[in-house]
Design a protein around this ligand. Structure first.
Ligand SMILES: Nc1ncnc2c1ncn2[C@@H]1O[C@H](COP(=O)(O)OP(=O)(O)OP(=O)(O)O)[C@@H](O)[C@H]1O
Ligand code: SF4
Ligand SMILES: [Mg+2]
Length: 342
């Protein structure tokens, strides 16, 4: 079997928040809790989950902007937090990112050409060669050549995101971290930018970590999907399996909402209040919102279990829920029913 390009092994990220006062205990948020996954080269791993589930923290670790508290992150079999300076330089070129806010991500005082060449110039590439590369990648992402001399405010949101993609592509990366790259765009433009990302992946053989709120968007690009809830990966597997045959009650609810065409289903899923990240529920983090929760769910955290080849879910009652024999007895039954009726 070919080794994966990216492999996360038991990743944790804890943030210690400043104390309220000298005598207060320090407070810790576990943004990512024991997450493992693998991304084969040339494929997309989609990560979905509502706000605060740890998606960006995961992305920032892959970009080496945050260091894991525990666990390993390997790219091409190399631990990215145990690199020599030369390996680190090569890695910074291999991995690039595109974020949600196309305007905020681009410096307003720089022309598009300079924005696109900046990462190349930082690598010491000569100006002329960098300008040629900028023209090439701007054309690749469907921008006119004269775009290079214009400023970000002269472009639409979709065009700005194309420039951000061109900038990422300018250094010939192999891995793109896409953190909600289309969430700020209108629906029609969103489809075009997604199609562009797909085309770039096919033409250049890129590997993507694609983060999204919207199940429909994640489904469009992803070969495999991971569903995060409060720092934990609660379901993971081939996209078609996870999205067509969701097993975890949380994923089932996401899929049901998406099927009901609730736009941005994940963001609106909440209904009730989200648990406090400083004191997440014991056992299964989802139990305060799960219709099937019982005493065992409060006592033990469920581990991921394989339910079909490569398809894993973390819930104590997968079989009974799938068989329809698990009674809806959870403490938030009322809220869950109300959400199902949305
Ligand atoms: N630098 C930080 N210091 C303290 N807490 C942090 C920090 N970064 C993230 N967190 C916390 O970690 C948790 C996960 O945050 P993260 O930004 O990774 O979530 P997310 O899934 O990307 O959310 P969103 O969909 O809103 O972007 C949240 O509770 C957040 O408040
Ligand atoms: S049934 Fe229990 S373990 Fe499964 S998702 Fe609900 S609360 Fe978690
Ligand atoms: Mg985020």
């Amino acid at each position: 079997m070919t080794p994966p390009m990216v492999e996360a092994r038991g990743l944790f990220k804890r943030f210690t928040l400043p104390r309220h006062s000298l005598f207060a205990a320090s407070r810790t948020v576990t943004a990512v809790e024991g997450v493992s996954f693998a991304i084969p080269a040339g494929t997309t791993f989609g990560v979905v989950g509502e706000s605060g589930s740890g998606k960006t923290t995961l992305a920032r670790m892959l970009l080496k902007l945050e260091q894991p508290s525990e666990g390993q992150l390997l790219v091409n079999d190399q631990d990215i937090f145990a690199q020599t300076p030369a390996e680190e330089r090569a890695y910074r070129r291999l991995v690039q990112a595109v974020f949600q806010d196309p305007y905020g991500a681009l410096s307003p005082r720089m022309r598009a050409g300079a924005i696109v060449t900046e990462p190349l110039r930082a690598l010491g590439v000569h100006r002329r060669a960098a300008d040629m590369k900028a023209a090439e990648v701007l054309e690749l992402v469907g921008m006119r050549r004269d775009a290079a001399s214009r400023y970000p405010h002269e472009f639409s949101g979709g065009q700005r995101q194309r420039i951000a993609i061109a900038r990422a592509l300018s250094v010939d990366p192999r891995l793109l971290v896409l953190d909600e790259p289309v969430s700020a765009l209108d629906v029609s433009v969103r489809a075009q930018v997604l199609a562009l990302l797909r085309e770039m992946q096919q033409r250049l053989g890129l590997t993507y970590l694609f983060i999204g709120h919207d199940l429909a968007v994640v489904r469009y690009l992803s070969d495999a999907v991971g569903v995060m809830y409060f720092g934990r990966m609660v379901e993971i597997g081939p996209a078609r399996d996870v999205l067509r045959r969701p097993a975890h009650p949380y994923t089932r609810r996401l899929v049901a909402l998406a099927a009901a065409e609730a736009p941005l289903g994940v963001a609106r899923l909440g209904g009730g209040t989200l648990p406090n990240p400083l004191s997440p529920p014991s056992g299964c983090h989802f139990r305060t919102r799960c219709a099937f929760a019982d005493a065992r769910c409060a006592a033990d955290a469920p581990a991921l279990r394989e339910i079909a080849p490569g398809h894993n879910a973390a819930c104590h009652h997968l079989d009974a829920i799938a068989a329809g024999t698990k009674a809806e007895t959870g403490p938030l039954l009322e809220e869950a029913s109300r959400q199902r009726a949305v």
